[in-house]
Design a protein around this ligand. Structure first.
Ligand code: SF4
Length: 460
């Protein structure tokens, strides 16, 4: 017999909203590990103590934002529309079933009032909580960068290009739109902080920001996140990122892994100087000349360079990133390779050797002898840090900038990273609980050592 519901009835609900939210809901799991008791004191100086209308409770506002990032609803309007009908969001942020929710514009004003630094603090607190729970250690970190599409339309870019070329390169009208001057640079009129960048040679340039992420090897906790404009070089961000991780975790980073986008002599040199082992595969040397640089041998002990013909090039004038090494004209005079090796009109060879070139040579030699652990770490690098980027983009709204401006993008990145860390922490607690249930003698959960491999298994 076909069932049929009766006419619509109004019910009086007298219980807690928590009773209506399933135990395994992500907001319930995160609520168990989320402690925002410190927040009120952190932002107290931003509010007037004596007069004015009472503002929205900072904890409620942050919980609303975090709920949005945990559920992948990152636009304020959409979030508040969803919160009005979503019992889990209402319960998580402390609002009753019939209580009036704040207007979406209040969240914008709160972000502006708190500023980037306060949201960075929220993210840092999640890292410290993970370190305290032994979910993250900070000894081995995987570093990578990912582009985030800025909230800029293509039309804004095209218009800007024509104006820019017209202003800076006064040329004939017919040429103005031809893009043949070679002197243009696209900029974003609606979001000047974003710049054109691409992640592959075959992909088109897009207005972007770049997120630099450091992920801990233990359980994939995000231990550092920093956003720059899209065209920034990731290699320059590696050492500052490791310094921030060390300041946050209180532990020295022993090993850092990164992909070949970081394989520059300067990066290897900096990592050597700070005593961090680099698991970064060096790139093959580009061949730009018939006698490439790799055919020259650098002798670090005597600080000389030897050419393929066995002649010595001595160090000379210093330039920004290195020194010139020059051969003697009389050595090159009778050389068979002279036609290929020397540029037109020159009588001797001059090459620039970077300051950290010896570090690059050592990294190349080390790559040939990578241990099994190094290979394993580099395999993990891919799914750890690139996995976090995928997770943030697919599930926590980081695929595209929601708002404009660098600081807005940073706030978005901090909240997405905080949401990921809270999930990791909640997974650790779940594991502790399951172990506690199985343990004889009612031993307290905090006595149990968190085994990272079991944590990983529990997460998958
Ligand atoms: S041209 Fe000079 S620098 Fe080049 S291989 Fe011959 S001797 Fe060496």
């Amino acid at each position: 017999m076909l069932g049929q519901r009766g006419p619509e009835q109004y019910e009086f609900f007298a219980g807690s909203l928590r009773d209506l939210v399933p135990d395994d809901h992500v907001l319930v799991r995160v609520a168990r590990v989320l402690d925002l008791s410190w927040l009120r004191a952190e932002v107290a100086d931003l509010y007037c103590a004596e007069n004015g209308r009472p503002g929205i409770d900072p904890e409620a506002a942050l919980r609303l934002m975090l709920a949005g990032f945990l559920l992948g609803i990152v636009h304020d309007r959409r979030l508040m529309r969803e919160a009005a009908v979503n019992i889990a969001i209402r319960w998580f942020s402390g609002y009753g079933l019939t209580e009036r929710l704040p207007d979406h514009s209040s969240l914008t004003r709160i972000r502006q009032r708190w500023g980037e630094a306060r949201f960075r603090r929220v993210f840092e607190r999640t890292v410290q909580a993970c370190v305290a729970a032994k979910v993250a250690k900070g000894e081995v970190v995987h570093v990578d960068a990912s582009l985030i599409r800025a909230d800029v339309s293509w039309e804004a870019l095209a218009k800007c290009w024509v104006e820019k070329v017209g202003d800076e390169n006064p040329v004939h009208e017919a040429e103005r739109d031809s893009r043949k001057t070679g002197k243009y640079k696209k900029i974003c009129t609606t979001d000047p902080d974003a710049t054109m960048a691409t992640s592959g040679r075959r992909q088109r340039l897009e207005p972007s920001y770049k997120q630099h992420t450091a992920v801990d090897d233990e359980a994939g906790v995000v231990v550092d996140v920093h956003v720059t404009t899209g065209e920034d070089n990731e290699g320059a961000e590696l050492t500052p990122a490791l310094e921030r991780v060390e300041a946050l975790t209180g532990v020295k980073v022993a090993t850092a892994t990164a992909d070949s986008g970081y394989a520059y002599a300067k990066v290897y040199g900096e990592l050597e100087r700070r005593g961090t082992a680099a698991v970064i595969p060096p790139k093959a040397e580009p061949i730009r000349s018939p006698v490439p640089m790799r055919r020259f041998r650098y002798d670090a002990r005597h600080d000389v360079l030897k050419c393929p013909y066995g002649k010595v090039l001595k160090a000379g004038r210093a330039v920004k990133h290195g020194r010139f090494f020059t051969s003697r004209a009389r050595d090159c005079k009778g050389c068979d390779l002279r036609g290929l090796c020397l540029s037109a009109g020159r009588v001797n060879k001059a090459v620039v050797v970077g300051h950290d070139y010896p570090a690059l040579l050592r990294a190349r030699r080390r790559r040939e002898k990578w241990s099994e652990r190094d290979q394993e770490l580099y395999c993990r690098h891919r799914w750890k840090v690139e996995g976090v980027h995928g997770e943030a983009k697919s599930w926590h709204g980081l695929a595209r900038a929601v708002r404009r401006g660098l600081w807005n993008m940073r706030v978005q990145a901090y909240l997405a990273a905080a949401a990921i860390n809270l999930k990791r922490l909640a997974a650790a607690l779940l594991l502790l609980r399951s172990l506690f249930v199985r343990m004889p003698g009612n031993r307290a959960p905090f006595m149990i050592f968190v085994d990272a491999s079991r944590l990983r298994a529990a997460e998958t």
